[in-house]
Design a protein around this ligand. Structure first.
Ligand SMILES: [Zn+2]
Length: 456
């Protein structure tokens, strides 16, 4: 009992979002958290996210962050508001991007709170407190964090700075995968191998599905863009600010520069994505070799003729005056907010226009409604007819698919005592649990929310 660790998953079970895991050593009186994400795609989201945490934040010593996506960092300021006064650790790129994401989130959440007639969940001062307590650890650097725990971050290949966190205590290694990249990524290095985990808490967003392969996906994207330009409509791409946007820019860069598509106006209409793209440019050393070679040969991979970055609202509004065909990339990635909804309001009723859904759309989001083929969509209380073509491309996903998740666990099947399959919709998690049991004969479970598991 003395050296046992206990694991409790407080969020990110039965759901892709809201990751929040507690690992503790009672003997050492030391509790740490991994990720503190926002719950997304639910009704009354402010109410859901404002609920008290399942533990007392003041009792937590350390918060470890796998990567800067909102569903992994979005409740950090609330943690501070509720009494946490410990230290945060992440990679440097994660810290840099998380600050952008959290400051943006303050703005979005306060708008949402107003809509729902609620108090905002947190404010800028709580983000300031988080940034003050936030320390960085590079990949492949062992770090003692107290209480007999040490951490080691490996590249997850999911987004810039994303890490799998290996936590070692009294000879046991517990690995939190965070989100796992769809390697080989168009930009990033491959997910590193884990072959000596005792316990693993893993994601399963695509636990029950496989992606289109990369070449098919590239072909499909090219064909949709060509087709959309030919039909003279607008092409809307709702995209996440981190990673997805940079992959799209890189891909369009290749299409334009190889002459595969004519030079039509392309807009990156998201202040956040513009800022994140700058961080990507500053950290090119973290890209894979192919991309580094491209850059070394002189290509500015996120820039091409006719690309306009529209940072201000005024610049954004002017996009309306630019005649079709044109391409607009804007947030949010699931059309639940951001500037994309203005463009959707305008172009969804146009049969010549096209929307590309470049990845997973969470239950309840406007993107999911489009994906499900709804013919009428609600935007700001207005009923909007959907006559535009809706195209889905899954190969852009930043997540490993079912087959590759199994392959990933296979590397450590000889050492792992239990795999906790989380961070997915229940159906996807259960499917992966079964596959891991059948193919690898590992003890995989879909854990219960709030239940304490003893890691012996
Ligand atoms: Zn993620």
């Amino acid at each position: 009992m003395k050296n046992n660790l206990a694991l409790t998953l407080y969020g990110g079970v039965g759901s892709v979002t809201g990751a929040n895991f507690l690992l503790e050593s009672e003997a050492d009186n030391f509790r740490l958290l991994v990720d503190c994400g926002l719950i997304q795609g639910v009704k009354n989201s402010i109410e859901e996210n404002s609920k008290p945490f399942g533990y007392e934040p003041a009792t937590i010593k350390v918060l470890l962050i796998t990567h800067a996506h909102l569903d992994h960092v979005g409740r950090i300021p609330k943690l501070f508001k509720d009494g946490f006064s410990g230290v945060i650790y992440s990679t440097p790129a994660t810290k840099e991007m998380a600050e952008l994401i959290l400051r943006d989130s303050v703005r979005i959440l306060s708008e949402k709170a107003k809509e729902e007639g609620k108090e905002p969940m947190y404010s800028t001062e709580h983000v300031d407190a988080a940034m003050f307590a936030w320390q960085t650890v590079k990949y492949h650097t062992e770090k003692d964090i107290g209480g007999g725990f040490s951490i080691y971050m490996k590249d997850a290949g999911h987004i810039l700075g994303s890490a799998m966190i290996e936590i070692t205590h009294s000879g046991k290694k517990v690995v939190f995968t965070g989100d796992l990249g769809n390697s080989p990524s168009p930009l990033l290095r491959d997910t590193e191998e884990v072959n000596d985990a005792d316990y693993m808490v893993m994601e399963s967003v695509y636990g029950d599905r496989n992606h289109e392969d990369r070449d098919q996906r590239r072909e499909k994207f090219k064909r949709i863009v060509q087709d959309s330009i030919k039909r003279g409509g607008a092409l809307l791409i709702p995209a996440f600010s981190i990673e997805r946007t940079q992959i799209l820019l890189h891909e369009i860069n290749d299409l334009v520069e190889s002459g595969a598509i004519p030079e039509v106006p392309v807009f990156l209409d998201s202040p956040l994505a513009i800022k994140v793209t700058r961080i990507y440019k500053d950290r090119q050393a973290q890209f894979n070799k192919g991309v580094r070679d491209e850059i070394a040969s002189g290509d500015d991979i996120f820039n091409f003729p006719n690309l306009t970055l529209t940072e201000t609202r005024e610049e954004s509004k002017k996009i309306n005056n630019v005649p079709n065909p044109k391409i607009i990339i804007a947030g949010s990635g699931m059309s639940s907010g951001g500037r994309i909804i203005y463009h959707e309001e305008r172009y969804l009723p146009d049969p010549n226009s096209t929307v590309i859904l470049p990845g997973y759309q969470a239950v309840g989001t406007r993107g999911r409604h489009l994906d499900e083929g709804l013919k009428i969509i609600d935007i700001k209380g207005r009923k909007i007819q959907v006559k535009a073509r809706i195209e889905k491309i899954t190969g852009f996903s930043g997540h490993k698919d079912s087959e590759h998740l199994v392959e990933f666990v296979a590397d450590t099947k000889d050492t792992v005592k239990k795999v906790f399959v989380a961070m997915g919709e229940t159906k996807a998690s259960l499917f992966l649990v079964q596959r891991l049991r059948d193919y690898l004969e590992v003890d995989a479970i879909h854990p219960e929310v709030g239940k304490k598991y003893i890691l012996e």
